[in-house]
Design a protein around this ligand. Structure first.
Ligand code: PEP
Ligand code: MG
Length: 881
């Protein structure tokens, strides 16, 4: 089996289609080389090697040594330099490259191949000793950090002290001699921290770096990132070894990163940053302030330092041509790394650029308009889950703001929360249900878990392409980066003479860069423009209907604005918790006989009726699935000692009776206890009241608006046909009674939830009694897996980490297991009743992967919470494509 694939100098062993084998970076380097772009020659060790490396307990097969030697020979032939040559050494970069871009992995080692001998050769051959010694110290610093995993702050400190001793402000002030003596210090530091001298053998250096890349695949940070992004551990990473080109060879050299369109707003304009006389990591690390790429961007920002367009017009022109070519070739916005070595442009990377949801929408709609992609492709391009970013509130422009400072608008959206200064603190606070803003000088891959837990991210250093900015955009977290006026000290964060301590609330606006004290009120977004256009295209292609899970008129209105085509689940128990009715609910529960229960239910009837009237008015003409009471009754009783007296008084009982009744209702497994239709079987008068309220409301609304709603009355937790028959009879009797009283009939359906494995298995029989099924996949997952949905959090993440379930089965449907029950029930239900209506109303109804499954099984609709309705519309469209 072959593991090494060459590229550059007219050779491309792989191509853009080999992403699985070569990783994203390797595949695109091969692709760029094959379309004639200037790519430094190199080779990729495939992801298959990563898998084998782990299978063999962290060892390489002998054959790999020969293949790597051949790869090096390829680079040597094209560059005319030799690896380890004392006169004119070849230097290489070593980078990881998984299928999906993955922060948290060992990233890059540059200038590999330098040692005490070759550095002299590099100095002589380049005629620039300063450059050579600068490169050598960079190499030791990076290699020590990412390969040897030594404490990088010690190296940074040494550099700071060296600069201070000389009275320098910038790295660029350092002379060849200064770098040379720093190299000596670095080597001493390596011996001190590692216990061995810095490796002088260039082949040892190379194998060390290759091993570190493969090793980093199983680092904690990489595992966390994979878990959050559903990346399987089996994918592995590739390693790219490539000839170095140097952006730090004087003022005709530079390095930069660019996007072919604005990744924050989506505008069709080049966007990026570059640094003259620098190497790649300088741009991202935020050590020097990068310059703009285009004159327009520089002018818009009011910056003084010349843009690349002005400083290097010829190379800029070439770069712009490459941008256009890459966009047309990949038919997508590209994220590019480049280096200019003494006036010659080299491409180091291209990939589809990460972007905000807003930019994703605009770019997709624009590209369809430009004829670059079709409307369907535009629909396919936008990640439905990312729409979440657009659907959430933004800062109310009319609200007063106490602006502390302004940084860069790195990732849009507004967020308020208590200030925390470490990723761990962010995670802890989030687990305790608190909203926090993570404030850091800058972020690194070690902070990923905290960034994910935080509502927003604020950094003091770093540009629009800094780690914080890129990761926040990818995660959809609002981010303000590079707020230079901010410093972090022992007492908190300081801005001018204001100090904000940990725990105090701030607000950040990632669209403007503003940082404000306190919580600033927000307003709802408007769903027009590109969003409306793309949703209209999505609606054209989707087959699945999208309904909403809602129980208040406000939720119903929000959902309709988001495009809901009906209610898929109205959980009526939520109405029972209302402060005005809970007493009547409790009296009903505590009643000692049916007469007592009926008296309490009579008081609840008008309240329920008015709930339904309001909902039907909002949803007029649309189907409304209303579920009768589901939770065990003790949920409505007090749990705290202090509440008993008050509740007893309100219900007209003595405290002891109340306590006794509460104790009687106690269950060991309430989720498998007296709940769902089991309540209806024991106390049919409860369901009778609810059905009456629904029909009275429907008749009222029909009389008022002339357009009758179509109630779909749903019986929960059915396991047998008989249960459904009994409950349907209760509902039908209530319907006939109301129709007779009012002298008006309306259409309605009675159906059931499928939430228990038995119901799924006996769906053929159950369909004889019900006109529709709605898959309650929350309970169905719980009962099929035998995993309590309320207690699973404690161990499920470990299950996902170990690959037992690919994703949290309560978030994304366990298609193999629970899915089989769903498809079997759908099939059996349809066999009995070909026109049976099938839907899903568990949380999975708003999850794109689960929606794809619903399309496959041919359900009629999915139902999602209001804010997820647009996500479901887009996901349903993508599922149909
Ligand atoms: C379900 O079980 O999937 C469902 C929608 O009902 P609930 O979440 O209210 O139990
Ligand atoms: Mg349920």
């Amino acid at each position: 089996q072959r593991y090494v694939y060459r590229f550059g100098g007219g050779v491309s062993d792989g191509g853009g289609g080999d992403r699985n084998l070569l990783g994203g970076k390797g595949a695109n380097l091969a692709e760029m080389a094959s379309i004639g772009l200037p790519v430094p020659p190199g080779f990729t060790i495939s992801t298959a090697m990563c898998t084998r490396y782990y299978e063999e307990g962290g060892a390489f097969p002998d054959s790999l040594r020969d293949e790597v030697a051949d790869g090096l020979a390829h680079i040597e032939e094209i560059t005319g330099k030799r690896f380890g040559d004392a006169a004119d050494p070849l230097l290489v970069s070593v980078r990881s490259g998984a299928r999906a871009s993955m922060p948290g992995m060992m990233d890059t080692v540059l200038n590999l191949g330098l040692n005490d001998r070759t550095v002299e050769g590099l100095a002589a051959a380049s005629g620039d000793p300063r450059f050579a010694w600068d490169s050598y110290r960079r190499f030791i610093q990076m290699y020590s950090d990412v390969v040897l995993e030594l404490d990088h702050s010690r190296f940074e400190e040494a550099l700071e002290i060296a600069k201070e001793d000389q009275g320098y402000g910038l790295d660029t002030d350092m002379t060849a001699a200064d770098w040379r003596s720093l190299v000596a210090e670095y080597k001493a530091l390596v011996e001190e921290l590692w216990g061995k001298p810095f490796p002088q053998d260039v082949h040892d250096q190379l194998w060390g770096a290759i091993g570190a890349v493969f090793g980093s695949w199983q680092s904690e940070r990489a595992k966390v990132y994979r878990r959050l992004n559903y990346i399987p551990a089996s994918w592995g990473t590739a390693v790219n070894v490539q000839a170095m080109v140097f952006g730090n060879m004087g003022d005709t050299s530079a390095t930069g990163v660019a996007f072919t369109r604005d990744p924050a707003k989506g505008d069709n304009a080049y966007y990026g940053e570059f640094l003259i006389n620098a190497q790649g990591e300088d741009v991202v690390a935020g050590i020097r302030t990068p310059q703009y790429l285009t004159r327009a961007a520089r002018e818009a920002a009011g910056a003084r330092a010349a843009s690349m367009e002005e400083a290097m017009p010829q190379v800029y022109g070439e770069l712009a041509r490459v941008f256009d070519l890459l966009e047309r070739h990949y038919r997508d916005m590209q994220d590019i790394e480049f280096t200019v070595q003494q006036g010659k442009l080299w491409m180091l990377q291209t990939r589809s650029g990460k972007r905000t949801a807003k930019a994703a929408l605009k770019i997709a709609v624009d590209m369809a308009g430009e004829g670059l992609i079709s409307e369907e492709e535009a629909v396919a391009r936008v990640d439905p889950a990312a729409l979440d970013q657009l659907l959430h509130p933004t800062l109310d422009p009319a609200a007063p703001r106490d602006v502390l400072t302004t940084g860069l608008p790195a990732s849009p959206g507004a967020a308020s929360g208590a200030v925390v200064f470490t990723a761990d603190a962010a995670e802890e606070a989030a687990q305790a249900g608190r909203d926090v803003i993570l404030v850091r000088v800058e972020t690194s891959p070690e902070d990923i878990h905290g960034m994910h837990a935080a509502k927003g991210i604020l950094t003091a250093r770093g540009g629009m392409t800094s780690h914080a900015a890129v990761v926040a955009r990818g995660m959809g977290r609002p981010c303000v980066s590079g707020a230079g006026a901010l410093s972090i000290g022992k007492d908190g964060m300081r801005i001018g003479d204001r100090v904000i301590a940990a725990g105090e609330v701030i607000t950040i606006d990632g669209s403007t860069g503003e940082v404000m004290a306190g919580a600033v009120p927000t307003i709802q977004p408007e769903l027009v423009g590109d969003f409306g256009t793309l949703m209209a295209w999505a609606d054209k292609v989707r087959r699945l209907k999208v309904r909403t899970n809602a129980e208040t008129p406000l939720d119903c209105r929000t959902a309709r604005e988001f495009g809901a085509e009906g209610i898929g689940l109205c959980r009526t128990e939520h109405m029972f918790f209302d402060a005005a009715r809970i007493t009547a609910v409790r009296q009903m529960i505590l009643a000692s006989d049916e007469a007592g229960r009926r008296a309490a239910l009579d008081r609840l009837l008008p309240e329920q009726r008015s709930d339904f009237v309001e909902i039907f008015e909002v949803m007029v003409g649309l189907p409304c699935t209303i579920r009768l009471l589901d939770p065990p009754l003790h949920e409505f009783l007090p749990h705290e000692e202090v509440e008993f007296a008050e509740v007893a008084a309100a219900a007209g009982l003595d405290v002891d009776t109340l306590k006794r009744r509460a104790a009687e209702l106690h269950e060991f497994n309430p989720m498998l206890g007296h709940r769902g239709c089991r309540l209806g079987v024991t106390y049919p008068e409860i369901y009778e009241m609810q059905a009456r309220a629904i029909f009275e409301a429907a008749v009222l609304v029909a009389e008022k608006s002339g357009d009758a709603p179509v109630p779909e009355i749903m019986i929960p937790l059915v396991a047998t046909k008989r249960e459904l028959e009994l409950m349907k009879a209760v509902v039908d009797r209530a319907a006939e009674a109301v129709f007779a009283e009012k002298g008006r009939r309306i259409d309605y359906l009675v159906g059931t939830m499928i939430e228990l494995p038995r119901a799924a298995l006996k769906a053929g029989e159950i369909a004889e009694a019900g006109a529709f099924f709605s898959f309650g996949t929350n309970d169905l997952t719980q009962t099929t897996l035998g995993v309590s949905r309320d207690d699973a959090a404690r161990f499920l993440s470990g299950y996902v980490e170990q690959g037992i379930y690919a994703k949290d089965p309560f978030v994304s449907l366990d298609v193999e297991g629970v899915g089989e029950l769903v498809s079997l029930a759908a099939e059996r239900g349809r066999a009995t009743r070909p026109d049976i209506k099938l839907g899903i109303c568990g949380e999975h109804g708003g999850d794109p992967a689960s929606i794809a499954f619903c399309e496959q099984v041919g359900l009629d609709y999915v139902s999602a919470s209001p804010y997820r309705v647009p996500i479901a519309r887009l996901a349903a469209a993508q599922a149909a494509l």
